[in-house]
Design a protein. Structure first.
Lengths: 340, 340
């Protein structure tokens, strides 16, 4: 089959690789109908040391089940499914507590930018979709694999509700879908920090009430102006760099919550009295256990009440994956949808 | 009047100072009936540079109102009151949201180890007690000023309930009253990390189910043994040193919460993927807005259902304050009660 492989920073190629096969009785093989390039793929795209052997990439997909192992009864060949980016057994204590991303039998998918993919723990991982692969909702359904569930996780863990004000840092797909999620949870003031007008325009469509295009201290000052000097009750950090974390702490209100869903590109950060403790700031978030959220987010998509698929502004096939990485890296594309 | 003053590390003296007087119409003057030395006083006791002029100390007290400013109508001369360690107007948005410790009109009390104290924002700060100054409940009522409310804040913000397992790091008064609070919230497994048998014995009386006396990696290993390798859902960090913070992250379960109530003696700490983000750990806590909790914690004290006052294992008068600091600094005393 054809698949995208990364050989190092800036070096993605599409090549023929062996078809995946069932390894464990809990596996499924799925034919990929739609996949994506993710903002988190770009971290590797910018940093991976050059290698002789490429590694397959991509962790988001919707597809049609081709074959299942003998312990997989919940999905059958021919069914359209969406997969969370992290596979999990969905039966252990941690899964039942809603942290499927920490399942001891789980892991991250990493070969979805391809024609076929092997999904471990298919029984606990894959979720059937009640539509066909030609559905107009396919882009939105694909966001359930990661970015919509991640935006929802951000707003949920931040504690957004009708009485909380919200700042969202980052105008990538996750930031924008955090805005959408916060609005759906009733937030009436949602400040979106982002500098790309086409993206922040979509953010406004999703419910952002103000856009802050400034950077650094000016951005903090602007959020404070918009909140009587106090900052917002909740802040969603959807970038992953240290300066975004610091900005989050600078714009959160005393007693408020910062939820991080951008993968931190740093190990240490300010957590002391002035930065966090003194004002009773809560820091939460993490890799979204999107498996927990798929069923609850699905109906509004199928009823057309939300359209998270609007984050896809570039459509391509597998051969276009290297170019999709380039465009996303240059921030010329918000998010690419790949139809193998 | 007589008052304790700190002149530098290890140097506390009791001297005559001018009686405090009403400065603002929102002030009250209170005659101190009972005060304490707090674990957080020891940070200054160990680190304060030597000074020519002493600074008055102490932030916990129960007392009898002597005089009130004209805007103070809620308490009257002759009434017994308890004061949270942080004064606040208790009417602003932040106070109403339960973060009185961040009140823009608030601040920290710092002259309670004395015969008299001036309390700013007395209307919002002082809480009347329905007993006389000779009440047998006085030690427990005095814990409402800080340590009981702080232990309660720790357990509350950690999200303790009947389904959560708990680790409490630190066997000081706050750690022990965190145990008491966690037990009252229904927790059935409460692991107390501490090395002073007299203290951990009180911890067991308050509800600790296991005591871990080991340090460092051995302590982490022991907690993991007690929790099927998974750690506890909630961890209360009642020490304030970086190693306690790191231990907290090492023993918290995926998806769990660390609540800090020990004042951090560090500015930077691990907050990246391996330490916190990857397992969806929440970090919360801060200076306890004990004003929020006094009314709800009071009835169980007056009905004899809880006895937080057992944390006082040393009783003295004002002249004994320097010795009380010494004993607490050497950890020979858990907590000193001062009756001026």
């Amino acid at each position: 089959m054809r698949a995208a492989l990364m050989y190092g920073a800036g070096d993605v190629r599409v090549e023929n690789v062996p078809d995946p096969v069932l390894v464990e009785p809990t596996d499924a093989i799925v034919r990929v109908v739609g996949s994506c390039v993710c903002g988190s793929d770009l971290h590797a795209y910018r940093a991976m040391p050059a290698a002789q052997t490429g590694v397959q990439t991509g962790h988001e997909f919707v597809g049609v089940v081709e074959e299942v192992g003998r312990e997989v009864t919940w999905v059958k060949p021919g069914e359209l499914v969406v997969s969370p980016f992290a596979y999990a057994d969905n039966t252990c204590d941690l899964c039942r507590e809603g942290v499927q991303t920490s399942c001891p039998n789980g892991g991250l998918l990493s070969a979805a930018q391809a024609e076929l993919i092997r999904v471990p723990q298919a029984q606990g991982t894959l979720v059937r979709l009640p539509v066909g692969e030609e559905s107009v909702f396919l882009p939105s359904l694909l966001t359930l694999a990661d970015v919509y569930g991640t935006g929802y996780h951000a707003a949920l863990t931040a504690g957004v509700n009708a009485r909380t004000t919200v700042t969202v840092i980052g105008d990538g797909a996750v930031g924008l879908l955090s805005v959408l999620s916060a609005r759906r949870m009733g937030a009436e003031q949602i400040i979106l920090m982002g500098r790309h007008k086409d993206r922040t325009d979509l953010g406004r469509e999703y419910g952002a009430t103000e856009v802050v295009a400034e950077r650094g201290p000016e951005a903090v000052e602007r959020v404070r102006e918009l909140t009587r000097g106090e900052g917002t009750h909740t802040v969603i950090e959807a970038v992953g760099h240290l300066d975004a974390y610091e900005t989050a702490l600078d714009v959160v209100r005393a007693g408020g919550t910062v939820s991080r869903v951008g993968v931190p590109q740093y190990e240490q950060g300010p957590v002391g009295f002035p930065a966090m403790f003194g004002a009773n700031i809560t820091l939460t978030g993490g890799p979204a256990p999107v498996r927990s959220y798929i069923e609850q987010l699905l109906p509004d998509i199928l009823e057309g009440k939300v359209n998270p698929g609007l984050v896809f502004d570039h459509h391509t096939d597998l051969d276009g994956v290297p170019e999709a990485y380039r465009l996303m890296d240059r921030r010329e594309t918000l998010k690419a949808l790949i139809r193998p």
